[in-house]
Design a protein around this ligand. Structure first.
Ligand SMILES: NC(=O)c1ccc[n+]([C@@H]2O[C@H](COP(=O)([O-])OP(=O)(O)OC[C@H]3O[C@@H](n4cnc5c(N)ncnc54)[C@H](O)[C@@H]3O)[C@@H](O)[C@H]2O)c1
Length: 265
């Protein structure tokens, strides 16, 4: 028996990376899926590979009209929506003083307005069905600071605020709202910002080495599947007491730091 048998989930940003893994993991657990992305060809191919229980919709998460079509597809094809995973997002790595207001607002539109519109779009259906689970993929950049991510990090902090506020308002309808904060996803998300296309797979491990003395016992980097498994837990009844939470999948990145000179192991 699958952990999501009989459930219908809308997942955004499923043409690649974390969203694609989420879709495959949810399908393995019995969910029926409506998958949305702006990349139509790749998005359709992923849905086709998953099979009849997955439908692809061209969805720009910053468009209210696109959300209406997406939710209508879930209702027409599968009879409703039980789970929403707001995963789609865009990155901007740029010095603080070089970010234009257009660039900043584009990040807000996709990363912050997008999840908000998604939650508004599914709310009436979940309310009617007496419950649901909404999972917002934030980031460890929404928990701490880092250089180069002023626009992106502020959008991810906003996602956590949105999550907590919505959890309070929607709790009375048995709709749970939680945030997942990974420290890593698809390494290709950062690649366009680094000249020469270097291999960025090891970056999370290098970050860990700055924080922990010896990160070897901790698995470096949160694999896409680890992120998907956390979302799976939050989508299923196993997490029925969890709402408004920030669930880090960060191999200890946000835990603190090793202070030299303090007596310790
Ligand atoms: N990549 C990382 O290192 C990392 C770290 C922490 C958190 N995250 C978060 O994980 C999530 C998934 O990112 P990823 O690593 O898989 O990145 P990714 O770039 O591989 O995937 C993002 C997906 O979102 C889609 N997308 C972009 N704009 C969209 C829009 N307006 N409407 C619909 N779809 C859109 C893209 O086409 C793509 O398929 C994001 O929320 C991201 O912020 C990523």
């Amino acid at each position: 028996m699958g952990r999501l048998d009989g459930r219908t989930a809308i997942i955004t940003g499923t043409a690649q990376g974390t969203g694609e893994t989420l879709a495959r993991v949810f399908a393995e657990e019995g969910a029926r899926l409506v998958l949305g992305d702006v990349q139509e060809e790749r998005g359709r191919a992923v849905a086709k590979e998953i099979g009849d229980e997955a439908a692809f919709v061209r969805l720009d998460v910053s468009s209210e009209a696109d959300w209406k079509r997406t939710v209508a597809t879930a209702v027409d094809r599968f009879g409703g929506v039980d789970v929403l995973v707001n995963n789609a997002a865009i990155l901007l790595l740029k010095p603080f003083d070089e970010i234009s207001s257009e660039e900043f607002l584009r990040i807000v539109q996709v990363n912050q307005l997008g999840p908000f519109l998604g939650m508004q779009a599914v709310f009436p259906i979940m309310k009617e069905r007496d419950g649901g689970s909404i999972i917002n993929i934030a980031s460890t950049d929404g928990i701490k600071g880092m250089n180069g991510v002023a626009a992106y990090a502020s959008s991810k902090w906003a996602v956590r605020g949105l999550t907590k506020s919505a959890a309070i308002e929607l709790g009375r309808y048995a709709i749970r709202v939680n945030a997942v904060c990974p420290e890593a996803g698809n390494p290709n998300m950062s690649a366009p910002f680094f000249p020469g296309n270097p291999d960025l797979t090891d970056v999370p491990h290098q970050m860990m080495q700055k924080i922990l003395k010896d990160p070897k016992p901790v698995v470096p980097g949160s694999r896409l599947r680890d992120v998907a498994n956390m979302a799976l837990f939050l989508a299923s009844d196993e997490s029925r007491s969890c709402t408004g939470g920030d669930f880090v999948v960060d191999a200890g990145l946000t835990v603190g730091w090793y202070q030299d000179g303090v007596p310790s192991a």
